[in-house]
Design a protein around this ligand. Sequence first.
Ligand code: NDP
Length: 249
Amino acid sequence: MRGAVVVTGGGKGIGATIARRFAEAGHPVLIFDRDEAAAVSCAGDIRSHGGVASTFVGSVTSEEDVAQAMQLAVERYAQLAVLVNNAGISCNRPTLELELDEWRRTLDVNLTGVFLCAREFARRVSAGDTESVILNLCSMYGVVAAPNRLGYCATKSGVAMMTKSLAVEWAELNIRVNAIAPGYIRTALLEELIADGRVDAEALLGRTPQKRFGTVEEVADLAFFLASPETRFMTGQIVGLDGGWTANG
Ligand code: NDP
């Protein structure tokens, strides 16, 4: 059996597709999500396709939950190979109306969650022969600015720097750390926002050189590639996946 993959926020959206992608390649997957129904459904789907998956229901912001989730993965699958720090939240509102607790919640999930999961994972993978990989879900809004998303932009920019800092610090532990910075990805949530008129699809596509949204499969394929031996000399990188948005200065 290949090493286990822990996917935070793996119950739905991008995380669920990443979990399925690794499971299809023979990795046992631990889906660590606060949404129990979504986690159970995703794990069930993986198992129905012949894969191996478990769930842990909890929050990446809780030191105790994070320790228990990693412990469960080690007990079930012995060897941890990959951590995908995918759980993330956004709070879209004008900064003049942003409440302190919304700001703190965004920092807690998007930054503290990444720190806690990365630290616990690194403590449990042994230095030496076997390489381990951490992949962080950043965002193009960690690279370029957008109005009404102060906490999201600040935290995703923080995730980019955490990616570089951890890559430098943990190279000696044989842990590679890279990040994916997606643009607009066609998730169920984006579909809903477009249908409600809260997101102007035409304006977003007009700004995107490739004139389309990305797919969750494209993010999962990139995640799988970044965890593969083909990228073994690559660490500390923030890889854009945005149809040309950030190149379109
Ligand atoms: P979703 O909201 O669809 O899924 C995220 C999952 O993570 C949900 O099940 C959510 O549960 C869970 N989650 C949230 N907070 C926690 C927590 N504290 N502990 C454990 N689980 C938690 O997200 P997406 O698939 O859209 O995005 C995934 C990642 O990709 C995020 O980091 C996001 O910032 C990034 N990204 C997404 C883009 C997009 O277009 N979708 C573009 C760029 C980056 P619940 O539903 O209960 O909150």
